[in-house]
Design a protein around this ligand. Structure first.
Ligand SMILES: [Zn+2]
Length: 125
């Protein structure tokens, strides 16, 4: 998965331990070129919830530019590994899931393939 370096810089600037931070990444294939930061309506340091209308709006905006949703990003206080709740949502949103560890912004990307969790390599561009 190709991720713009600028996205990671923004994540370092805006994500804090106070609440999980989330973004949708858009592009084509396995390459992200744009992103939309999303409010975590759960306001929680250990989970995130997105407003479905804003998710829909961001997807429609990206589709107007010919882009599709390629990844969902959020942060963890600890290891950037999907939680049981993440796995549940990964089944509903079968794109790449990028998780960043708050503080270091160590990133890992994951995909569920037929129910099997696989790590996806990240290339910064
Ligand atoms: Zn998570």
């Amino acid at each position: 998965m190709r991720v713009p370096r600028r996205f990671v810089e923004e994540a370092r600037e805006r994500c804090s331990p106070r609440e999980e931070c989330a973004a949708l990444l858009f592009g084509a294939g396995d390459s992200a070129s744009r992103w939309a930061w999303m409010e975590n309506v759960a306001k929680s340091p250990v989970e995130f919830k997105l407003d479905p209308e804003r998710v829909y709006g961001a997807i429609v905006d990206a589709e107007r530019l010919g882009l599709e949703l390629v990844a969902i990003f959020h942060t963890h206080l600890g290891a950037p590994v999907p939680s049981p709740l993440d796995l549940k949502y990964m089944r509903m949103w079968p794109v790449v899931w990028i998780i960043g560890r708050v503080g270091t912004m160590e990133l890992k990307a994951w995909r569920l393939e037929r129910g099997v969790l696989r790590e996806v390599d990240i290339y910064l561009s």
